[in-house]
Ligand binder design. Structure first.
Ligand SMILES: [Zn+2]
Length: 343
């Protein structure tokens, strides 16, 4: 099997919608807190629908909904017996929708929360076992590549990379920059370089930060690595005071993460600006993470020069009765509000 991921990236940019877990939580199909995607078994139609929405909006990749769908997480909610079915079903749903338009399917690994620098020997074994079985299911389902995302330790990311590569699949490895350095002390640019030098096809960042606070890190990464760079921020207004979306606070001081982030959400236009900035910086695996809606993805695709199926319904505000160009319509509205206009 060729490397479809690199074939595409060598020719053009790719747009990648992530954030399935957040969006399905918002829609009432995933529980915030554990964030385990049992939805693939309980409401497969909801997953299929969201995949289709992202596909129509221009995502070049359908990511199997297996984030936090690994053995340790399922064990923590007493549902380890669902592990294999959950992973296989996620991959099947992703393939089913991707094949409707020729998008690529990505298997998905997340950080496990098991990696422990204080107990390396034992924790490496545990993490490797978790990744090995998930990668095996992805390979059996003919995933085009595997994403290992929201990594915090270079050590854990390396295990993911080794497992993906030993299954013969292309690897996208992205770190989540909650803090200025990796949990094992590397700058993020160094972390990405290490993964690239060890064979990752794409390296970069996803989740954690919004466009404003992720950009300076991306610029360092772009300068440090030779190959393809991934950039998938969350669509939230992080700033120097709260660089990571975990730190955003509501006016009453309460945490906005994860279920009260709405007032910080970026508009589609702002995410479109980010996409263009990333492209101009030489980044060509461009996407969006937790908080993403199909409207963001469509606006990003269009700003990058693409016309996607959902563009058929892109805004045409000149046809709006109040904000449009038609004077007679606007007059009707004014008369409705204020009574007949005297000439
Ligand atoms: Zn995310």
């Amino acid at each position: 099997m060729g490397n479809k991921l690199l074939e595409r990236l060598d020719k053009d940019f790719m747009l990648v919608a992530e954030g399935y877990i957040f969006e399905l939580e918002r829609r009432g199909f995933i529980k915030a807190g554990p964030f385990v995607p049992e939805v693939v078994l309980e409401h497969p139609e909801a997953v299929r629908q969201l995949h289709r929405e992202f596909l129509r909006s221009g995502s070049d990749v359908i990511v199997a909904c297996t984030y936090y769908g690994h053995r340790s997480k399922l064990k923590s909610i007493g549902k380890e017996d669902r592990l294999e079915a959950l992973n296989k079903q996620s991959l099947t749903l992703a393939r089913e929708v991707a094949d409707e338009s020729g998008a690529l399917v990505a298997g998905n690994l997340s950080n496990t929360w098991e990696y422990d620098p204080g107990n390396l020997e034992k924790s490496i074994k545990a993490v490797r076992a978790i990744f090995k079985e998930q990668v095996k299911w992805a390979a059996e389902a003919n995933a085009d590549f595997v994403i290992a995302e929201t990594m915090g330790h270079v050590g854990e990311a390396m295990i993911a990379l080794e497992e993906i590569k030993s299954a013969g699949l292309p690897a996208v490895i992205t770190f989540s920059p909650a803090s200025p350095n990796s949990c094992d002390g590397y700058t993020w640019a160094e972390a990405c370089k290490i993964l690239e030098d060890n064979g990752a096809d794409v390296v970069g960042m996803n989740c954690g930060r919004g466009p404003r606070t992720i950009m300076p890190m991306l610029s360092e990464i772009r300068q440090k690595v030779r190959g393809h760079v991934a950039a998938l921020p969350v669509p939230y207004r992080t700033d120097n005071h709260s660089p990571c979306f975990f730190e955003l606070r509501l006016p009453d001081g309460k945490n906005a993460f994860p279920v009260a982030l709405d007032p910080f959400l970026h508009t589609r236009f702002e995410m479109a600006e980010f996409a263009v900035e990333a492209r101009n910086m030489g980044i060509n695996y461009i996407g969006i993470c937790c908080g993403a809606g199909p409207h963001h993805v469509r606006a990003m695709a269009e700003a990058l020069g693409r016309n996607v199926p959902a563009s058929r319904y892109s805004p045409e505000m000149d046809l709006h009765p109040i904000f449009g160009d038609e004077e007679s319509q606007k007059r009707k509205y004014r008369e409705c509000l204020y009574g007949p206009i005297r000439e």
